[in-house]
Ligand binder design. Structure first.
Ligand code: R5P
Length: 286
C-alpha cells in the first residue's frame, strides 16, 4: 500500500504509513497568486493500492482533496481508499429549512468520484454515510481519547450535550468510569446555554468529551457546571479540534485540552491512526 497525503494531514498520514510499513508520499501543493491551487501527486502509483489522506478543514483543504482525487485518476492506481479524517460540512446533514443545500450530500457526491472506498472519523451524524454509494465507513476516534484519559486517571466522563452522550458512554465504558450527559440549547454560533444538573463529579477528575470543538462555547459552558459542583480537575477532549475565534482563550478554563490528529493543532496529543488502520483493513476485506 502507498499512503498519499494532502497538505492537511501529514502527521496522521505519517503515522498510518508507520503502522502499515508503507511508503508515505506527500503531494505537492502550491497556490497561484490568485489563490487557486495546483496539486501534483508523485509518480509510480500505477497499479498500486493507495490510501489518500486529507482532512477537509478549512474549506481550501476540501478543494485540495477534490484536486488530489482528480490527479489520482491519471496516476491509475489499482484501488483508491479516500481517508477523510474530519468530514467538513457534516453538520448540515439534512435540509433544516426550505431552500437549503444539503451540504453533506453535496460533499459526499463529489468525494465518491474516483474513490473505491471512503473512510471517515466521527462524522457528525451517521446519516451522512447514507449519501455514499461506494463502500463507506465511519469509525470513532473515541478509543484514542480514552487511552489518554486512562493515563490521566480520569474518574468520570461527561458529554456536554445529548448528541455527545454516546461518545461519553463509549469512553466511560473503555476506561471503566461512570459517565453522564448534559442538555444544551444553542442560541447562535457563539452562544450556548447548558441546563444545570446534579452530577457525580465532586472530588473527581472529569473529562468532558465531544466530537467537535469549534468556538469552545459548548465545552466551557459544561465546565462551569462541573467546576461549581466541586470537581478535582476538568479536561476537555474532542476528536476534531477546530478551535475557531477565541476558542483557545476560552478553553483556559480547563486543566488540559486534548484533541486527536484528525485536524492538526497544538492540542493534537493522540492519534487515531490505529483506528483508521483497522478501518482500512475492514474496508479492503469487505
Ligand atoms: C454540535 O452538536 C457538536 O457536537 C459540538 O458540540 C459543537 O460543534 C461545538 O461547537 P462550539 O465549540 O462552537 O460550541
Amino acid at each position: 500500500m502507498k499512503i498519499v497525503s494532502g497538505s492537511a494531514s501529514v502527521p496522521l498520514a505519517k503515522e498510518l504509513a508507520r503502522i502499515f510499513a508503507a511508503d508515505l508520499l506527500v503531494a505537492e501543493v502550491r497556490a497561484f497568486a490568485d489563490g487557486e491551487l495546483h496539486v501534483r501527486v508523485p509518480e509510480g502509483l500505477g497499479g498500486e493500492e493507495v490510501a489518500l489522506v486529507q482532512t477537509t478543514y478549512p474549506n481550501d483543504k476540501l478543494l485540495e482533496l477534490f484536486l488530489l482525487q482528480d490527479a489520482l485518476v491519471d496516476a491509475a492506481p489499482a484501488r483508491v481508499s479516500v481517508v477523510v479524517p474530519y468530514f467538513g460540512y457534516g453538520r448540515q446533514d439534512k435540509g433544516f429549512q426550505p431552500g437549503e443545500a444539503i451540504s453533506s450530500r453535496a460533499v459526499a457526491k463529489r468525494l465518491e468520484i474516483g474513490a473505491d472506498a471512503l473512510l471517515t472519523v466521527d462524522v457528525h451524524n451517521d446519516r451522512v454515510m447514507d449519501y455514499f454509494e461506494i463502500p463507506a465507513l465511519n469509525i470513532t476516534g473515541m478509543p484514542a481519547l480514552a487511552r489518554h484519559f486512562k493515563e490521566l486517571g480520569i474518574e468520570m466522563v461527561l458529554a456536554p450535550d445529548e448528541n455527545a452522550a454516546r461518545h461519553a458512554e463509549t469512553v466511560g465504558r473503555l476506561i471503566k468510569t461512570p459517565w453522564d450527559y448534559l442538555k444544551k440549547e444553542r442560541l447562535d454560533s457563539w452562544t450556548v446555554e447548558t441546563e444545570g444538573k446534579a452530577l457525580r463529579v465532586q472530588d473527581r477528575r472529569v473529562a468532558i468529551v465531544d466530537d467537535v470543538v469549534s468556538t469552545g462555547g459548548t465545552m466551557v459552558s459544561a465546565a462551569r457546571i462541573v467546576q461549581e459542583q466541586g470537581s478535582r480537575g476538568v479536561v476537555a477532549g474532542c476528536v476534531h479540534g477546530l478551535f475557531v475565534g477565541g476558542a483557545k482563550e476560552r478553553l483556559k478554563a480547563f486543566d488540559e485540552v486534548v484533541a486527536t490528529d484528525t485536524v492538526s493543532s497544538e492540542y493534537s496529543a493522540v492519534s487515531v491512526a490505529p483506528e483508521i488502520a483497522r478501518g482500512l483493513q475492514k474496508l479492503s476485506s469487505a
